[in-house]
Design a protein around this ligand. Structure first.
Ligand SMILES: C[S@@+](CC[C@H](N)C(=O)[O-])C[C@H]1O[C@@H](n2cnc3c(N)ncnc32)[C@H](O)[C@@H]1O
Length: 471
């Protein structure tokens, strides 16, 4: 497979230079343009171009490898007319790294685009978009992520994936969206790997020792976790090398309360493990949100922008207005980020979630925080709703926070038939949100409030909280 740089070099060495205007952005945040090409027999043929790192209305000169095709990815060669909100990207890795796509866009412009997108997809499903509020942004839209995954290249250096090429690693110098100290701690691990001349995992030959490094950090307790994924355990000849890592980290990053060596021999390139070795500290770290304490293991799903996630929970509480005599369901509850603050305000709460370890964590988190009026069920949402409804009766309030794929028609219709008085839908994908909301209309529900919240500055993603009530 060729790298982006090689592809760009190939494109840039070809003579096909075109001038186009960027019309709009695609779902990944890339500029889209159309070029009309004259064929030798005088016909006009349409060429659709995707031009990364451009903005609507910009006039650009681009290089294209195969203009005879219908669709092409183009490389920006020269900016002829810039968007008024274009800014210089802050991060030196921006052009190559796959992490951020909009660092060239002023932050207020990004927020407006996110609001407009939520409005557009709701309108397309027949909803009144005037109720969509302006996206709540971050005061300081940097260093917001509490979890990062870095990858080792086969020479053992640690870095970030190149945009569009999971085989190419850009050596890590900094990461402006990772929480403070996270990239520094990762670079210390990178130096340790270099000093011991350790090899990185090669995805083609399946040789090599080191695969990934996951860094987690709690912004409230300050505790950090470093989880190193390797193909071999830290035993025999690797024991002294692992001990050196432990000593270096203990000396330089006392915030690391969990240093793990995880074994992953699988071909699948996922952050997973068959055996866990605790090199120092515990196998989890403590985090806190809105005064509740959570234990986070290496594989626990937890909101990755804690500053904005707190706002999300507060907004959901404000919209839902939970009451002390009410019964509530938290569907897709994860480890209980919404469940615990809501449970303290209702009579009883049932959480449903498909991942068993998350349900175990939710139960433990409820216990650790003295929240006694909860029941958590490890089930697929569809079957979980029936089971809870049977035991629990009709809920007054239902909150759902599904994955990007949405809840789907079957789950939404089950919710409609369950007929709760109020529904709060927390979504990380406006497109599936709009489709899901439409399913509730025949059941007499009305969308009362829509608030987008920016949890992922410099990316296309936007979170949305909606309130629905019965007419
Ligand atoms: C966006 S996360 C929300 C988690 C939680 N509300 C939070 O804020 O931490 C979506 C959750 O839905 C769970 N999930 C995915 N598919 C599911 C299904 N079919 N039934 C139940 N839960 C599911 C995932 O495991 C994940 O924890």
């Amino acid at each position: 497979m060729t790298s982006i740089k090689e592809r760009e070099d190939k494109i840039l060495s070809s003579p096909q230079s075109l001038t186009v205007e960027i019309e709009h952005l695609d779902g990944k945040g890339n500029g889209q343009a159309v070029y009309w090409r004259e064929t030798e027999d005088g016909r006009r043929k349409k060429l659709k171009l995707t031009v990364p790192q451009t903005l609507p209305g910009e006039q650009v000169k681009v290089k294209v490898a195969n203009p005879e095709r219908k669709r092409q990815k183009a490389v920006l060669e020269q900016l002829l007319k810039a968007h008024p909100e274009r800014v210089s990207p802050e991060c030196p890795h921006f052009e190559k790294c796959g992490g951020c796509v909009w660092q060239h866009w002023d932050y207020t412009g990004q927020l407006t685009e996110k609001t407009n997108h939520v409005k557009k997809v709701l309108e397309e499903q027949g909803f009144d978009s005037t109720i969509v509020r302006e996206t709540i942004g971050m005061e300081h839209p940097w260093n917001y992520r509490n979890k990062m995954e870095f990858t080792f290249s086969s020479d053992g250096s640690l870095g970030l994936h190149e945009q569009g090429n999971f085989r190419k690693i850009i050596p890590l110098e900094t990461c402006l969206i990772a929480g403070e100290l996270m990239a520094d701690a990762a670079m210390e691990v990178g130096r340790w790997s270099k000093d011991h001349r350790l090899t990185g995992y090669n995805k083609d030959t399946h040789d090599g020792l080191l695969r990934h490094l996951m860094v987690r950090k709690s912004f409230t307790t300050g505790e950090m976790m470093l989880a190193l994924f390797a193909t071999e355990p830290p035993t025999d000849e690797l024991e002294t090398i692992a001990k050196d890592l432990m000593e270096r980290i203990e000396r330089t990053f006392p915030q690391v309360k969990s240093l793990l060596w995880l074994v992953n021999k699988e071909v699948a390139d996922r952050v997973q493990s068959s055996d866990t070795y605790v090199l120092s500290g515990r196998d989890f770290i403590y985090d806190e949100m809105l005064g509740f304490r959570y234990r986070l293991w290496f594989d626990t799903f937890f909101q990755t922008n804690p500053t904005q996630a707190e706002k999300l929970v507060e907004l959901a509480l404000e919209m839902a207005q939970p009451q002390k005599d009410e019964k509530m369901i938290d569907l897709f509850c994860g480890v209980g980020t919404f469940s615990l603050p809501f449970a303290n305000r209702v009579e009883k709460l049932a959480g449903i979630e498909i991942v068993e370890t998350s349900i175990e964590s939710a139960k433990r988190n409820a216990e650790d925080n003295g929240v006694g009026n909860t029941a958590f069920l490890a089930k697929d949402a569809r079957r979980g709703i029936d089971e809870i409804a049977e035991k629990f009766g009709k809920p007054d309030l239902l909150l759902l926070d599904p994955p990007r794929s949405g809840a789907g028609g079957k789950v939404m219709r089950k919710i409609g038939r369950l007929n709760p008085e109020r529904i709060v839908y927390v979504s990380c994908n406006p497109d599936t949100l709009a489709l899901d909301l439409k399913e509730l209309v025949p059941f007499g529900y009305e969308v009362k409030a829509v608030q987008p919240v920016d949890l992922f500055p410099h990316t296309v993603h936007v979170e949305t909280v909606c309130l629905l009530t019965r007419k």
